[in-house]
Design a protein around this ligand. Structure first.
Ligand SMILES: *Cc1c(COP(=O)(O)O)cnc(C)c1O
Length: 450
């Protein structure tokens, strides 16, 4: 096929909401050291800086959040082997197609989702800047000094400031909980998808929840406008923020240590395939940026999106300069994966991914519920529908003509027996039991009819 006909075939599948795989022709094995994003150059030093900031705040976080006490204030998730799940994902011949692991961000404390990484990092960066500006910290302050930020002077300072955000639910949870724990006024603009329990959880913590009848984009725009008029308000901009993105990237050095501890090599003979659920793109792009910096050319990252909300795939197809919406493509943005219900991608995230990302794939909602049940039955882990998207990845890569042709062209086919497939589960810890049981029922009903 010529490039034009491949593009047309892809477009036809996308319009018809048929699951499909897009492979990035612009991926570079050796990308430049500094990468341009939103007019700035970022590199390995920025990832280290974000990780160092989280470490400086760890003693304070352990004090503010009892659930972090044991971990010494470190917000991290386990790396779990999932061999019994592999056959259900189409990795039938495990030994010949690689081993399956889960990066369990559905267990991340404080926020219960991947948003704990980026969201809390941005709130901490803002608090740190305010404290430095008011002499409550100095550039020489160490982690123990940061505990002063739980004291009366810092709390009085933060109480005069607002942290605001627009969200489909999980980012609001992360920002709201972190900001209110530090003593900020917190305002969360929720889009129509946001689940009632997420709003209640925030209100119980004194966070102001503003409900919007519109989608994610509308909630972000409303929050941005309101915060822009108030000099004491900091708006966490999910569509543009570099601090969020770098917070997510700090997952990479920690994962590198976990892979090493688990005896998992990542090199030319041992490729690593990572499958990440994608909404606006900030979380998976931050993580991918980190992984490509820390692990090099033999890590291949794929973003998974609902068939009705494939905003990132559309953005990668359109290229920079364009900013397509899923509605322009006749799609509805209707999905039970509330964390992924985003009509238009983050442009900085897409710009950053141009040389780094291996591909994007789409998943029907029914498939999310089937995977949610498979994960429960094989591992006992409880994930939310958004967090199930990545499980569609291995079959897309290994079981489709497009995937197999790409693996062969990249010289990866022969390496598959020694490969690792890592599915990133992005949320679920705080889903109320009643709601989770409904997800399971829906998944089981589907399974019986397939
Ligand atoms: C937000 C979210 C994602 C994706 O993050 P983006 O930055 O929006 O791409 C994935 N899974 C869950 C559960 C989320 O809440």
């Amino acid at each position: 096929m010529t490039e034009a006909t491949t593009h047309d075939a892809q477009a036809a599948l996308l319009r018809r909401a048929v699951p499909c795989l897009w492979l990035n022709p612009g991926r570079k094995a050796q990308p430049p050291e500094g990468l341009a994003v939103a007019g700035r150059q970022i590199g390995a030093g920025d990832i280290q800086a974000a990780a160092a900031r989280m470490a400086r705040f760890a003693p304070l976080l352990a004090r503010l959040f009892p659930e972090l006490h044991e971990a010494g204030g470190v917000i991290e998730s386990p790396l779990l082997p999932a061999p019994t799940l592999a056959p259900a994902l189409g990795l039938g011949l495990v030994a010949e197609q690689g081993r399956l692991w889960i990066k369990a961000d559905h267990l991340l404390p404080v926020a219960g989702s991947v948003k704990a990484r980026g969201g809390i990092h941005e709130v901490l960066e803002h608090a740190e800047a305010l404290a430095l500006g008011h002499g409550l910290l100095t550039p020489a302050s160490g982690p123990e000094d940061y505990q002063a930020l739980a004291g009366p002077a810092a709390r009085a300072l933060f109480a005069r400031h607002t942290v605001a955000v627009g969200s489909t639910g999980n980012l609001g949870l992360s920002i709201g909980v972190a900001a209110s724990a530090l003593g900020f006024r917190a305002v969360v603009h929720m889009s129509l998808e946001a689940k009632e329990w997420k709003k209640q959880r925030l209100r119980q913590r004194g966070v102001q929840v503003v409900e919007h009848a519109g989608d994610y984009e509308a909630a972000v725009a409303a929050g941005r406008t309101q915060a822009g008029a108030d000099p004491y308000s900091h708006f966490v901009d999910d569509e543009r923020s570099l601090s969020l993105l770098l917070g997510y990237s700090a997952a990479a050095p920690h994962l590198k240590r976990q892979l090493h501890a688990a005896g998992i090599a990542v090199d030319a003979a041992h490729p690593l395939f990572v499958y990440l659920p994608c909404g606006v793109g900030g979380a998976p792009a931050g993580i991918t940026f980190g992984l490509r910096q820390v692990l090099g050319p033999h890590v291949h990252c794929f973003f998974a999106e609902p068939v009705q909300s494939p905003c990132f795939m559309l953005q990668m197809l359109a290229g920079q300069g364009a900013h397509p919406s899923v509605y322009d493509w006749g799609l509805t943005n209707q999905t039970e994966a509330d964390g992924l219900a985003v009509p238009r991608a983050s442009q900085p995230a897409a710009e950053l991914m141009a040389p780094l990302l291996s591909g994007c794939l789409t998943v029907p909602d029914d498939e999310l519920f089937r995977h949610l049940v498979r994960v429960l039955d094989a591992t006992g882990e409880r994930i939310e529908p958004s967090a199930a998207a990545g499980f569609a990845g291995p079959a897309m890569l290994l079981g489709t003509d497009a995937g197999r042709a790409w693996l062969a062209a990249q010289g990866l086919a022969a390496q598959l027996p020694q490969a690792t497939h890592l599915v990133w589960t992005t949320g679920g810890l705080f889903v109320p039991d009643e709601e989770y049981q409904r997800f399971v029922q829906r998944g089981r009903a589907l399974k019986e009819h397939s």
